[in-house]
Ligand binder design. Structure first.
Ligand code: PLP
Length: 414
């Protein structure tokens, strides 16, 4: 079911699209239609230029240098922390830990908080729609600690079965780790409600926000998330950079995950003491230019406005759902009333990878496969889907091209 569209914002998205030079090219002789934003979004000129400037004029290692260039690099690097704090409404900037991405963030929580706080018989609740990044780290920790993994099932429309969740959770549940927006189905989960139930039962709430933060305003304090993870490359920033938000009182009590430079206070062969958060979790030379680029990406997104981005993308995704559901034989996989930016579908007689290849020949980039979410595809009895994922710089014309491409592909299978 498409959602209601809010008022159209006064933002010139046609002008904004011109910032993304990568979109202005032909692929296989056709103008590119980029609909793989859930895998990685494109980078605007402003971000690429900022990273280029950093490399040409500001580069030095951070934190450890007394010289001016190092201090300049440190300032540029640390700037992103304050911007992330503001973006997600964290209480303190030291609740913002730099990681290499959502996967790294979730591994950090599992290996530090999980290993420290789980023991035999404790429960970790996940959902059937998790990305592998929010399954495998917990399985590895469960194996080490003897903890048990329980899974909230998904309904036929691709939503979480909250009644089943209430039945699953017990006083032994220590961690509830849930995706905010599913990359495979597009479902936007009622994360605040899920957190309330977790907290009533004494568990902490870990949120995989990889597909949420790029598309809507997120307030970690309002959600009352204990941990919240996301990646820069899905929100106009560079690859190799991400964030783990954690509540200070939890982070303060957590042991380091990786050892090395920058994360220590004093080192001797007898004993090492550790730095304060967030640095305790940031061992070694970090991806400095990526932090600088992410800082520019956040400026870029803030200039547009997260509310405007959300409104624009709702309009596009509603249009996409409306158009593709008219295609004969197409079945949506995931049809939640609360959908964000992703449309996933299958045909009985056309394999997703065949469809993806034919679309690519027409310059249309979609993702096909299991989207690193094999359990939920198994739940729907399909090995693969075709997924179109949108960003604010997409247009209705992109969606029309997708629909024409699918209709064309179908003629090969008649
Ligand atoms: N979680 C979700 C929901 C995702 O969509 C992704 C990436 O597609 C990830 C986690 C992993 O993100 P990354 O590869 O940036 O670590």
């Amino acid at each position: 079911m498409p959602q209601a569209v809010k008022d159209i914002p006064a933002v010139d998205f046609d002008k904004i699209r011109k910032d993304f030079s990568v979109l202005n090219q032909t692929v296989n002789g056709q103008p590119l239609v980029y609909l793989d934003n859930a895998a990685s979004s494109q980078m605007p000129k402003q971000v690429a230029d900022r990273m280029d400037h950093y490399h040409r004029h500001e580069h030095a290692n951070v934190h450890r240098g007394i010289h001016t260039l190092s201090q300049k690099a440190t300032d540029a690097y640390e700037e992103a922390r304050t911007k992330v704090q503001e973006l997600i409404h964290a209480d303190h900037e030291y609740e913002v830990i730099y990681t290499t991405g959502t996967t790294d963030s979730l591994n950090l929580v599992a290996n530090s908080y999980g290993l420290e706080n789980l023991s035999k018989g404790d429960e970790i609740i996940l959902t059937e729609m998790e990305h592998h990044a929010n399954i495998v780290p917990w399985q590895m920790i469960a194996k080490k600690t003897g903890a048990i993994i329980k899974v909230i099932p998904v309904t036929d429309s691709g939503e979480l079965d909250l009644e089943a969740y209430k039945d699953l959770i017990t006083s032994s549940t220590k961690i509830v780790s849930v995706v905010h927006v599913s990359n495979a189905l597009g479902t936007m989960n009622p994360i605040k409600k899920i957190g309330e139930i977790a907290h009533e039962n004494g568990a902490v709430l870990v949120v995989d926000g990889a597909q949420a933060v790029p598309h809507q305003a997120v307030d970690v304090q309002d959600i009352d998330a204990d941990f919240y993870a996301f990646s820069a490359h899905k929100m106009c920033g560079p690859t190799g950079f991400g964030i783990l938000y954690g509540k200070k009182k939890l982070l303060d009590a957590m042991p380091p995950y990786r050892g090395g430079g920058d994360m220590i206070d004093k080192v001797s062969f007898e004993e090492t003491t550790f730095n304060v958060v967030p640095f305790r979790f940031e061992a070694g030379t970090p991806p400095i230019s990526a932090a600088v680029g992410f800082s520019a990406a956040l400026d870029y997104l803030n200039d547009i406005g997260m509310d405007q981005i959300e409104t624009r993308e709702h309009e596009l995704v509603n249009y996409a759902v409306e158009r593709v559901t008219k295609i004969d034989g197409l079945k949506l996989v995931g049809n939640s009333a609360n959908r964000a930016s992703v449309v996933s579908f299958v045909f009985d007689d056309i394999h997703a990878s065949d469809l993806g290849m034919i679309l690519d020949k027409r310059g249309i980039a979609v993702r096909t496969g299991h989207h690193c979410a094999q359990p939920v595809l198994r739940r729907f009895g399909v090995p693969a889907t075709t997924r179109a994922s949108l960003s604010f710089y997409n247009t209705k014309d992109d969606i029309d091209r997708l629909v024409d491409g699918i209709e064309y592909a179908k003629t090969f299978f008649e």
